[in-house]
Design a protein around this ligand. Structure first.
Ligand SMILES: Nc1nc2c(ncn2[C@@H]2O[C@H](COP(=O)(O)OP(=O)(O)OP(=O)(O)O)[C@@H](O)[C@H]2O)c(=O)[nH]1
Ligand SMILES: [Mg+2]
Length: 334
């Protein structure tokens, strides 16, 4: 274990020493005032890192704790400065509460199914592998729990096994599933849904650098007045996530679902995506499990993840399962 102590006149200077010596992944184990100096004990050992939480490393100024967390998550400096400034203005001693208040006012939150069924079909779009189909299943599972009539439609007729994947989920969740290769078939599938159904539409992984992909998605969405919602995996490069978000926003997306929070260490990518795309945060994918793998976004939860220990995946803790990700294919209606 590499355990080191650093002394400096201020916490900020001590933190700068820690970062310079041990790098950005160092974890603070203790801080104490020694005379006029601040002593910071930090480690790079994985076990030590797993054993502490940033939120728990007590006698530390709340804003220092927030600054340290945002730095670890690689939140871009202008956004981090703004969040720190806003956190400071709330005069809250608890870093989590202060950061949550700042996040709440900086990032609008609008869950997809906030007690009420969305008035329009939801069309999930995003890069290949972002978690669109799993999110479709999670949303349908939630609808089933609320006794809402629901249908699943997939426009992904390209990826091998994609139709079967949606079919398997739909069968397990006992909802009708349709495939639609174009806008006309999509219109027909939507028209078959019982009145007041919750309609979720899956799409093929898209490339936002190709304007044709985005135009195709926008055309599909428009044909059934669906809302396009971006599904993005957490943990991506901050700059890349922001630029991709901007492109999807120009293509007509207003809301973001961040998946794989449980499997990511750093949340800067999704924060900067939300900021760059001017999205509202909708949902978090917190586990691959269908029954409990989706959480409506709450600022308090996001703040806790940002402040938690550096090696622990953010969404840790979700357990239990009703429906597994599909392993074998079955057919869908068409
Ligand atoms: N750990 C974790 N895994 C997830 C989450 N959401 C999705 N996954 C997993 O991510 C993988 C890809 O998910 P899919 O839903 O197939 O992704 P997709 O966007 O539909 O992929 P394409 O159809 O290929 O574009 C699967 O193994 C999912 O189980 C999540 O929130 N947490
Ligand atoms: Mg898919």
């Amino acid at each position: 274990m590499r355990l080191r102590s650093f002394n400096a006149p201020t916490m900020t200077e001590a933190m700068a020493l820690v970062k310079a010596e041990l790098g950005p992944d160092a974890v603070i184990l203790a801080t104490e005032q020694v005379g006029k100096a601040v002593k910071v004990t930090a480690a790079l050992d994985r076990d030590a890192i797993l054993g502490v939480s940033l939120a728990d490393s007590t006698p530390i100024d709340p804003l220092d704790a927030i600054a340290r967390a945002l730095d670890f998550h690689r939140v871009p400096a202008p956004l981090a400065d703004r969040l720190i400034q806003m956190s400071g203005s709330y005069l809250l001693e608890c870093p989590r509460q202060a950061l949550a208040a700042a996040l709440r006012s900086r990032f609008p939150i609008q869950p997809l199914t906030d007690r009420q069924k969305p008035p329009r079909p939801i069309m999930l779009v995003g890069l290949p592998g972002a978690g669109k189909t799993a999110t479709l299943a999670k949303l349908i599972a939630r609808a089933r729990l609320r006794d809402w009539p629901a249908i699943a439609i997939t426009c992904d007729l390209v990826k091998a096994g994609a139709v079967e994947q949606v079919g398997t989920y739909a069968k397990a969740l006992q909802v009708p599933a349709y495939r639609a290769k174009d806008a006309e078939m999509l219109r027909r599938a939507v028209a078959q849904a019982p009145v007041d159904s919750f309609i979720v539409i899956d799409t093929v992984g898209s490339n936002p650098l190709d304007s044709g992909d985005l135009e195709h998605l926008a055309g599909l969405a428009e044909s059934v007045r669906a809302e396009m919602v971006l599904v993005m995996a957490t943990g991506g490069c901050v700059a890349e996530s922001a630029e991709l978000a901007q492109l999807y926003a120009e293509g007509g997306v207003n809301r973001l679902i961040a998946t794989r929070i449980d499997a990511a260490r750093r949340l800067g990518g999704i924060l900067s995506a939300c900021e760059a795309g001017r999205f509202t945060f909708a949902e978090f994918g917190v586990s691959p499990e269908i029954a409990n793998g989706l959480e409506a976004v709450a600022a308090d939860r996001l703040a806790a993840w940002l402040l938690r220990s550096t090696l622990e995946p953010a969404g840790q803790g979700a357990t239990g399962m009703v429906v597994s990700p599909p392993r074998q294919a079955t057919g869908t209606h068409s």
